[in-house]
Design a protein around this ligand. Structure first.
Ligand SMILES: Nc1ncnc2c1ncn2[C@@H]1O[C@H](COP(=O)(O)OP(=O)(O)OP(=O)(O)O)[C@@H](O)[C@H]1O
Ligand SMILES: [Mg+2]
Length: 264
């Protein structure tokens, strides 16, 4: 596969097996510079495995990963300039918001002297200035996830990976954090890879969506093209029918008629 200008990441013939059972099957895709790409698929389809391989926490059974045209398949996580945001925030509970965001900067020789001002600036950008001296347990789940995002942003990674960052949050918080993530991407212009099993979230956030099923990519395309031209029956059922059902139940909830033929 030839690299195209604008490709940030190329994933070539990636496979992974656990206990001799292959669970990621010869996957190929590229992520463009500055793109918001969602990986959408049901539980167990291999999303987190791919993400762990991309960030360097897991060595793949086969295949190549290139970043800016350079093979990074065997590079250490710290050499990849990628950041990750997990579902469970993974904050230090004994440190304040400021301490959590400053922490990673202390270990970076180039940023250490400016750690405080960088941290304060990022905390302001995610709207947490008034909570800067609080410990995480005093914050809501959505606010804690903002701290985790701020901590990742502070190191200015070229690529930010999110592994179902909203699955522990209630619906209203998810909506506001979704807007926040979109805003952050506009401001920071980083490439983002966002794992979710929520169709609506993927459609609201993404430039392109990679639809996965059992270790394979079923379709990788823009939300519009997926709606208009689902690649196969799986995409039609898992993505489009599920979105229709959600819209139906929303309309019912709001007191309208249940409409099945929603024009997506
Ligand atoms: N360390 C491991 N050892 C053995 N099997 C594993 C390991 N990690 C994941 N698996 C298996 O690999 C498959 C893919 O797991 P993975 O965590 O990548 O799925 P996922 O798409 O992220 O699912 P979820 O949406 O539930 O997080 C699953 O069948 C899982 O049980
Ligand atoms: Mg997962």
């Amino acid at each position: 596969m030839a690299a195209v200008i604008g490709d940030k990441l190329e994933v070539i013939d990636l496979t992974h097996s656990f206990n001799r059972q292959e669970i990621v099957h010869h996957v190929n895709f590229t992520v463009r510079d500055g793109e918001f790409l969602s990986i959408l698929g049901p539980s167990g389809c291999g999303k987190t495995t791919i993400l762990r391989i991309l960030i360097g926490l897991l060595s793949p059974s086969g295949g190549t990963i290139r970043k800016d045209g350079v093979d990074i398949t065997a590079a250490k996580p710290s050499a990849r300039n990628m950041g990750i945001v997990f579902q469970n925030y993974a904050l230090f509970q004994n440190m304040t918001v400021l301490g959590n965001v400053e922490y990673a900067l202390q270990f970076n020789a180039g940023l250490k002297s400016r750690a405080r001002s960088i941290a304060e600036n990022i905390i302001e950008q995610v709207g947490l200035t008034e909570h800067v001296n609080k410990k995480p347990y005093k914050l809501s789940g959505g606010q804690q996830q903002r701290v985790a995002i701020a901590r990742t942003l502070a190191l200015n990674p070229e690529i930010i990976l999110f592994d179902e960052p909203m699955s522990a949050l209630d619906a209203a918080t998810r909506l506001s954090l979704r807007d926040e993530i979109k805003k952050i991407q506009r401001n920071f212009k980083s490439t983002m890879i966002y794992i979710t099993h929520d169709q609506e979230e993927a459609f609201a956030l993404s430039d392109r969506i990679m639809v996965m099923n059992a270790g394979n990519i079923e379709q990788l395309d823009t939300p519009e093209n997926i709606i208009q031209h689902p690649a196969n029956r799986y995409v039609d059922e898992f993505v489009i029918q599920n979105l229709r059902l959600k819209i139906d139940s929303l309309i019912k909830y709001m007191g309208g008629k249940g409409v099945h033929e929603v024009n997506l």
